[in-house]
Design a protein around this ligand. Structure first.
Ligand code: SF4
Ligand code: SF4
Length: 418
């Protein structure tokens, strides 16, 4: 459907924009009067650059002409250059206005964001491309950070898909924006280059709800708790639906209870602490079960996930480091391990191998050995289908972990094998 048809169907978009319209239409005395609803998002076609509209469905090839810059060719002979820039995702309106100003100057007012929250500018000739790149390179925040670093293409590290953290959510165990900034600073060279064996996708979620992509990323961070929730008996029955709380626990660790508070009987719950794995699900359902704890909370690192079907099927990522403490504002231990994993992967993987594909080839024991990550029982699955993750084969490599078991003190071995 072309823009003309769209205008015909939705004439509101052809009327001049009136910033006071909402106020004029809204009457708190009659909230349902003039109410506009179920209109959905604006039709995407109207925001596409004319060259993209013209060549829609006609593209024949593309190439990455330098990190962050793609060239698309159409069967009509048209060419489009795309410049991809990193953004912090959390953006001020001033920052967005600046993006619009750049789009107005070089791209006829058109701009788009990617599925990893990078921003992309489209131009159709090399001269404008050069001017755009030069301009973007020179835009910096007062503290020196690049506003629009160019990159995020090919076999490098693009933006980190991340979440709300301490900026906006009530269930996080870690921050999002702060950790992402610390990691991207350290891995910045990989954003603007193609020196890794394959594209490497990073993600962060600040709790086990895993908003985003941590469960399916090459390398990801998840916020975890290590202590059970606190039960606020005095208010629980007033703010929580107890059956919902009980049903929210993946381990059946919650049971209904009655407690006496100031001489009054209160309906509440009790948590079997030995069964609790601190997922925080019950707090999501019930505000009277707070779980956040400065000293208990921290980061788990998971690796080896992917979404694409290229060469091997999609895979979930798996825990390799079960806990690193929160260390705001720069999270140095976390950053150190992330960098180390990337470097070891970079040195050892073959071309086109994603982190998970590489690990599947060399074996998990070898991954732990190469990275120097201490292997602990925390990485051994013990939830329902855990059996499928154990080794049911004699195929393994004699890594230092095996040596450690065989050279361990006798009583340790007994403990281990009993
Ligand atoms: S991952 Fe958890 S803490 Fe983070 S935004 Fe999602 S629900 Fe909130
Ligand atoms: S934190 Fe998770 S495991 Fe623990 S009681 Fe709540 S829901 Fe159950």
């Amino acid at each position: 459907m072309g823009i003309e048809k769209f205008k015909e169907l939705d004439p509101i978009y052809t009327q001049p924009y009136d910033p006071t319209l909402a106020e004029k239409l809204y009457n708190p005395e009659k909230p349902m009067e003039n109410r506009i609803t179920d209109i959905g998002p604006p039709y995407f076609w109207q925001f596409m650059p004319p060259v993209i509209q013209k060549n829609y469905g006609k593209w024949v090839s593309h190439e990455i002409i330098q990190p962050g810059v793609l060239k698309y060719k159409s069967e009509t002979g048209d060419v489009v250059y795309v410049v991809r820039c990193g953004t912090p995702r959390l953006e001020t309106t001033d920052y967005i206005r600046e993006i619009c100003e750049i789009a107005d100057k070089y791209c006829g007012g058109y701009v788009r964001w990617t599925t990893r929250n990078n921003v992309e500018f489209h131009v159709t000739d090399e001269e404008t491309l050069k001017a755009l790149i030069e301009d973007l390179k020179n835009r910096k925040h007062p503290n020196g950070s690049y506003k629009f670093p160019i990159g995020g293409t090919g076999a490098g590290i693009s933006n980190i898909v991340h979440t709300q953290g301490w900026i906006h959510c009530h269930t996080p165990a870690i921050d999002a924006s702060g950790i992402v900034k610390a990691i991207m600073d350290e891995l910045f060279e990989y954003f603007g280059s193609h020196k890794l064996p394959a594209k490497t996708k990073l993600a962060l979620a600040c709790c086990l709800n895993m908003c985003g992509a941590v469960h399916c990323s090459d390398l990801a961070l998840v916020g975890i708790h290590r202590k059970p929730p606190l039960v606020e008996d005095e208010r629980l029955e007033h703010v929580c639906e107890i059956p919902l709380v009980i049903a929210s626990c993946p381990l059946g660790a919650i049971k209904p209870a009655t407690a006496e508070v100031d001489g009054k009987k209160k309906k509440t719950v009790r948590i079997n602490v030995d069964r609790c794995m601190f997922c925080g699900n019950c707090y999501t359902m019930c505000p009277a079960l707070p779980i956040a704890d400065g000293e208990g909370d921290g980061i788990a690192i998971v690796v080896g996930g992917k979404v694409s079907n290229r060469i091997t099927p999609p895979e979930f990522s798996r825990v390799v480091i079960p806990y690193i403490p929160n260390e705001p504002p720069r999270w140095p231990t976390t950053v150190k391990w992330i960098k180390k994993i990337i470097e070891i992967y970079s040195q050892h993987a073959n071309k086109y191998e994603r982190i998970g594909t590489w690990i599947n080839r060399i074996g998990w024991e070898r991954f732990f050995e190469l990275t120097g990550i201490p292997f602990t029982e925390k990485c051994i699955d013990d939830y329902r289908l855990a059996y499928t993750t154990y080794r049911t084969s004699m195929h393994f490599k004699f890594t230092k972990h095996v040596d450690e078991v065989f050279n361990a003190p006798e009583n340790y071995k007994v403990e281990l094998f009993k």
